[in-house]
Ligand binder design. Structure first.
Ligand code: UDP
Length: 236
């Protein structure tokens, strides 16, 4: 068997990716497929931490006319729903999993404690980080960058509906061109819609490479971990 090129990865799954074709809420088949892929990657000996988004239920910016902080807390709660759903799917496949939340809700999950998270990874458990950073005005992409730095993940695997980074929206522009490789500065300068600028800057400052790829294609997480050059690679 080919060997994985990473030992510890941070997988970011957007809420949209969990919604499957329906575009809202949770799609059971999609979650089960993602869980199967995470299991495969674990079986190769790779330590896996996951950050889940919440956009399939709620984003802070959906709350037009609402207090922004309240709307953002609602978004963070949405990520907890996704985190629990993914934990359930993983446990159905006998993958040991822990959810840690950045906002304490001890009846539901462990609070985020960095050293404990690392211990779980070392013991082979998949760790799911939910409730974002715990702070309004941030995104789960920024959470991914922050947690990746904290747990010293070698790469952020950014699983998206789209299969990489394009110069314009491939859903509306059939001429859109896909990039194979980019620098963080390209992303910032060209205003590419891959991550928000806070998340991109955090990755740039801490030299965390990002692999952007499509989640709908089966086996893509495994392929990326084995070093296949699919999607878009972002580094310095
Ligand atoms: N959010 C937040 N702070 C964080 C992470 C998330 O306030 O540290 C809120 C924010 O409102 C965001 C929502 O949670 O819109 C859902 O996260 P995100 O939009 O990043 O999810 P995704 O687009 O990945 O599904």
């Amino acid at each position: 068997m080919t060997k994985p090129i990473y030992k510890r990865v941070l997988l970011k799954i957007s809420g949209e990716a969990l919604a499957g074709k329906q575009g809202f809420g949770l799609d059971t088949d999609t979650i089960n497929n993602i869980a199967k892929e995470i299991k495969d990657v674990r079986a190769m000996g790779v330590e896996v931490a996951v950050v889940v988004g919440g956009g399939n239920f709620w984003r802070g910016r959906s709350g037009e006319g609402m207090d922004r902080t309240t709307a953002d807390y609602m978004g963070m709660l949405a990520t907890v729903i996704n985190g629990l759903a993914l934990q359930d799917a993983l446990e159905n496949l006998d993958v040991m999993t822990r959810v840690q939340t950045a906002i304490e809700m001890r009846q539901i999950a462990e609070p985020y404690i960095r050293r404990r998270a690392i211990r779980h990874l070392e013991k082979g458990r998949v760790i799911i980080f939910a409730a974002g950073t715990g702070n309004p005005y941030f995104s789960t992409d920024t959470t991914a960058a922050l947690r990746a730095a904290e747990i010293e993940a070698e790469v952020i695997l950014l699983a998206k509906k789209v299969d990489g980074v394009y110069d314009s929206d491939p859903n509306t522009n059939p001429e859109a061109k896909k990039f194979n490789q980019l620098t963080y500065l390209d992303v910032l300068k060209l205003g590419l819609k891959v991550m928000d600028s806070t998340a991109t800057s955090l990755c740039m400052d801490n030299r965390i490479p990002i692999k952007v790829f499509g989640i709908d294609e089966p086996q893509n997480i495994t392929r990326v971990v084995l070093g296949d050059s699919i999607g878009t690679y972002i580094n310095s």
